[in-house]
Design a binder for this molecule. Structure first.
Ligand code: AMP
Ligand code: TRP
Length: 340
């Protein structure tokens, strides 16, 4: 490990609100695994407190939390080397979030596009938690003094807000306590789009199941969804320039590249001039070959939920050991007496 890797601490989170998608796999999990492999200290969290900002049926939340844990491990996160746990087991997150609720300004939160999208015209009736979502996210990261946060493109604005919160806290109390965090949004998979519409992101909450590949889909479902994916009648171009106004085609090229660990340019080089009727079966074969081992390992892990719970408990213990001293110091800076 080089000096830079030693000075880094990575934190990231995934919500257990429904199953994991190909977007989560390529945009998050696969990148988390390469960070772990590069030897950087990494903390990965299944953010159940974030999930409940919109209604979750308790039994489904429990299932989705275990399934997300199985997804992390099946993708290659090793709980012996990285810390893996669910958020609500480490109370420091919620406690620091409260302090940050008193640092962040209403106006900052009101500008968040994710809040505006999720609340829509229903602003008066969404939960207070949905509004305060980004302060909890800032707390998740900063309670570990994490420096680097790998996420997909959609989380960029939340990370900018986390930087603002850290900056205002440091400024208000005249300290240099919280680090300035670096978003890590790189590679071809930072925004995997819906298979039905190249202008909206692939998401677990899209009403159409044909819009996404779930990590629980079997080979037939994957092949069918790729075969039916929206495209255009033109052949693939032989360079990326030819994809500028063809979002659906661009998305399939990106997915191919990300699954195969190569540049999208290499994909258009190889498949330029070919029709989608030829490209899609190749993409389906590739997707099945890469995802099938992950899905079957996830299914195997899900057969023993008690073991998953034990792993999450052990991860939470390690996480709490890192978070608690930082939280205590934060309370001290803010003037809270801690005398027991
Ligand atoms: P979520 O499922 O919303 O909790 O997202 C967990 C992580 O996956 C975040 O880093 C997201 O940015 C990332 N992610 C979710 N959907 C996509 C997508 N369609 N493309 C790329 N990354 C995504
Ligand atoms: N908001 C993120 C999402 O929906 C999940 C998340 C919560 C997160 N806390 C985080 C991501 C801290 C990175 C760091 O995708």
């Amino acid at each position: 490990m080089d000096d830079q890797a030693r000075a880094m601490r990575v934190f990231s989170g995934i919500q257990p609100s429904g199953g994991l998608t190909l977007g989560n796999y390529l945009g998050a999990l696969k990148r988390f695994v390469s960070l772990q492999e590069s030897g950087v200290e990494s903390i990965y969290c299944i953010v159940d407190l974030h999930a409940i900002t919109v209604w979750q049926e308790p039994g489904e939340l429990r299932f989705a939390t275990r399934q997300a844990a199985a997804g992390f491990m099946a993708a290659g996160i090793d709980p012996g080397r990285s810390i893996l746990f669910n958020q609500s087991q480490v109370s420091a997150h919620a406690e620091l979030a409260w302090l940050f609720n008193c640092v962040a300004r209403m106006g900052w939160l009101g500008r968040m596009t994710q809040f505006k999208d999720k609340a829509g015209k229903n602003r008066e009736n969404v939960s207070v938690g949905l509004f305060a979502y980004p302060t909890l996210m800032a707390a998740d990261i900063l309670v570990y003094h994490a420096t680097h946060v790998p996420v997909g493109e959609d989380q960029k604005q939340h990370l900018e807000l986390a930087r603002e919160i850290a900056g205002k806290f440091n400024h208000d109390f005249g300290v240099e306590f919280f680090p300035i965090i670096e978003p890590v949004i790189e590679g071809t998979a930072t925004r995997i789009m819906s298979l039905r519409d190249g202008k909206v992101k692939m998401s677990k909450s899209d009403p159409s199941d044909m819009s996404r590949i779930n990590l629980t889909d079997d080979a037939d479902a994957i092949a069918r969804k790729i075969r039916k994916a929206k495209t255009d009648p033109l052949p693939l171009p032989d360079s990326l320039d030819g994809l500028e106004d063809r979002p659906e085609a661009r998305n399939l090229v990106n997915i191919f590249a990300a699954l195969d660990d190569r540049d999208p340019g290499g994909v258009t080089n190889e498949y330029g001039g070919k029709m989608f009727s030829e490209f899609k079966p190749k993409l389906a074969d590739l997707a099945v070959a890469k995802l099938e081992p992950v899905t079957s390992e996830m299914n195997r892990l899900m057969e023993d939920p008690a073991e998953i719970d034990r792993t999450l408990g052990q991860g939470a213990k390690k996480a709490a050991e890192l978070a608690e001293p930082i939280l205590a110091e934060t309370y001290g800076i803010a003037g809270m007496i801690r005398s027991r």
